[in-house]
Every structure is written in C-alpha cells, then in structure tokens.
Write a protein that binds this ligand. Structure first.
Ligand SMILES: [Zn+2]
Length: 338
C-alpha cells in the first residue's frame, strides 16, 4: 500500500486529498479558494507565486502529518511541460507569470517525488482504464479543452501544448463571438457553457419573435441580457426550440472538430466532462451523437459512430483520481508526464 497527496489547483479553488493505492479511494478531501491574481490585487507576480507555493506546501504538510506519503501529484490549469514547468495560466495569474518551474520549486522543498501535470492530462489518466485503444478527453465548461491519449502516452509537444481545441477558429461573420483569449469565433466562444450562454443572448436579440415564444423569455422576464447558463440549461431540459438550436450550433462545430481528429489521427473514442456538459447530461450526449451522425467519418461503422462519445463521471474529482491513477502506473515518478 502507498499513499500520495494529490492536489488540483484550479483558477478559483484548490482541492487536495490523499489517494490510497490499495483501495483507490480519496481520503481527507480539503478545499478552499486558491491564491490567484483576482484575490491578490496589486501583488507582484513573484510574490503571487510564493503565496501559491506556500498554500500548496501547507496542504501537503497537513496531509503528510496524518499519512505516510510516497509522492505528491499536482494538476494545474495551464500547459505544463515534461520538466514540470508551467507555460502560462491565465485563469490563475492573468497575463503575468510565464515559464514557471513549479515542479522544481516544489521538489526543492520535499523529499518525495513530485509530479506536475495539466488538469485535463490528469483527467485523461483517470479514464485510461475505460479503453483498450486511443482516446480523447474533452472538457466542456466555462471554456473547452482537450487531451488525446495515444499509444499509451499523452500527445503534447515539448512545451506541453496540445490541448487547445477550444481556441481553434470555427466561425466567421455575425456568430463569431469574442473568446476569452482575445480571438473571435473560436470553438470555446460558441460551444462552451459561457459561449452557449453568449450565443443565446445574441440570437434572442436578433430573433425577438422566437425569443418571445421561448422558455428563455419566461425565465428571464423577457430580458435577453439576463440569459445565463442556468436559463439555457433549464430551457434545454424543457425541450425549448431556440435554446435547442443554440446548443446544436455549438455542438455541430465541436462534432466537426472531433471528426477532424478522427479523420486525421484515427482517435475514435472521446470522454466528455466539464460542468456545462454534466449539467445537461444525457441531453448533451444525445445532441453530440446527432451532430456526429451528420459528420463524414471515413470507414467508421454506425455502431462505432454511436460509441464515439460518452459521458465521464459526474463529479469534480477527475484530476484527483487521475493523479492517483498516474502514480499507480508510475509509483516512483517525479516531475514529468505533462
Ligand atoms: Zn480562444
């Protein structure tokens, strides 16, 4: 038996737990607001990093005081290379702090192996046991992200890049909404939870008659500016036509991107996770299957086409379990894996 501290650093919250390799369960789950640039206004980047490191070390030492620890795994909301160096993390640090040697800084303080990886990479390790073939993980939440697991390893370049499908440009013209990255018409800008919400507002303003007949009208007292993700999800669950068209627009583009991945490199299984996708559950899944049915997927049978997407576990623990699964494979692993 071995136990590992696993920590999921998010843009808003930090969660930590102890993963037991025998029971494969999480113990001692802790959670709190993360030290980020929003709750530390005016703090210089170097100090911001120090505050985060102290927060992470605090969690590790608290767990290590109660359990014998064989390693520490950290998942991070930004690209990470094989040396545990963080490329950037806009949700945590805004546009400041790039190329941060997070793995090295933590390893200096600890006498057990430290592994740092991207959060969707960590999630991919959780789902590796679901498949005996190559697969991808797609997260659909406030943005869209992805990872592909092929030939027993994550497909990433030396900088840890290779999960930014959400920033692929898919739309031109009137529907090319702004993306959080500063671009326009990116997949995340029309198909993420936030993107779907913005697109619903745009279409409600553009089509006032349809809006008036829509569940979105009733849920927002007729104010298109008040359409939020909650209103979109509730309308979809009622079978609303306008909300359904908005979702289908985004899902058609996501399906087209998955079809491109399949046609390009042969990956034909995808796990869908993320808050927006999970809030809709089966409704999200059937919508994706309907859009994939319209895609050209070379050589794929009807059965394979229907099996192309499936929902992941409906919880927030993808990274924590994934880091645990990573240590099951590589018990002595240090700061690598991305
Ligand atoms: Zn973008």
């Amino acid at each position: 038996m071995a136990r590992y501290v696993v920590i999921d650093i998010g843009g808003t919250n930090l969660r930590s737990a102890v993963f037991d390799s025998t029971t494969q369960e999480l113990l001692d789950i802790g959670r709190g607001p993360v030290e980020n640039f929003l709750n530390n206004p005016g703090v210089p980047p170097g100090q911001l990093l120090d505050k985060l490191l102290q927060q992470v070390l605090g969690h590790i030492r608290a767990h290590a005081g109660r359990h014998p620890i064989a390693g520490v795994g950290i998942s991070f909301p930004g690209p990470v290379n094989e040396q545990g160096e963080v490329h950037s993390a806009p949700t945590l640090w805004g546009s400041t702090l790039r190329s941060v040697p997070l793995g090295e800084r933590l390893q200096r303080e600890l006498d057990v192996p430290v592994a740092v990886m991207n959060d969707i990479s960590a999630a991919a390790f959780r789902y590796q046991s679901w498949f005996n073939e190559d697969f991808g993980v797609i997260t659909i939440s406030s943005g869209i992200g992805n990872k592909v697991f092929a030939g027993g390893r994550l497909l990433l370049n030396h900088q840890g890049l290779g999960g930014e499908l959400g920033h692929h440009k898919v739309v031109e013209g009137d529907n090319a909404l702004p993306c959080d990255c500063g671009g326009h018409g990116h997949l995340g800008a029309v198909a993420s939870g936030r993107g779907t919400e913005r697109l619903a507002r745009l279409w409600a303003r553009r089509e006032p008659t349809r809006f008036r007949d829509s569940a979105l009208w009733r849920l927002t007292n007729g104010d298109a500016e008040r359409i939020d993700t909650h209103a979109v999800v509730s309308s979809l669950q009622e079978g609303d036509a306008l909300a359904g068209d908005v979702l289908a627009f985004g899902q058609a583009h996501l399906a087209s991107c998955l079809a491109m991945l399949y046609n390009a490199i042969g990956v034909k299984r995808f796990v869908l996770i993320g808050g927006f996708c999970m809030a809709l559950g089966e409704r999200y899944l059937t919508g994706m299957q309907a859009q994939l049915a319209r895609c050209d997927l070379f050589g794929l049978s009807e059965t394979e086409r229907q099996a192309m997407v499936r929902l992941g576990q409906n919880d927030d623990d993808h990274s924590l379990y994934g880091l645990g699964a990573y240590f099951l494979q590589s018990p002595q692993a240090g700061s690598r894996a991305a």
